[in-house]
Design a protein around this ligand. Structure first.
Ligand SMILES: [Zn+2]
Length: 61
């Protein structure tokens, strides 16, 4: 099963629209992911501009 990633905020989602930004532009070509539990305490979240917890792709094509 291929998971889709929102091109805008990079969250990994299975629906047809992004639960965070509402975008319907998804990509199935992505590499690596990071799970953000506490965005305010995560250095990775700051680097990726993530403010909400979730599973995010590192590279999206
Ligand atoms: Zn999004």
């Amino acid at each position: 099963m291929t998971e889709s990633v929102c091109r805008t905020c990079h969250i990994i989602a299975s629906g047809t629209s992004c639960p965070i930004c509402g975008s319907t532009s998804f990509s199935t070509e992505w590499n690596g992911y990071v799970v953000i539990v506490d965005a305010s305490r995560s250095e990775i979240a700051k680097k990726l501009n993530i403010s909400l917890p979730g599973k995010y792709a590192l590279k999206v094509r």
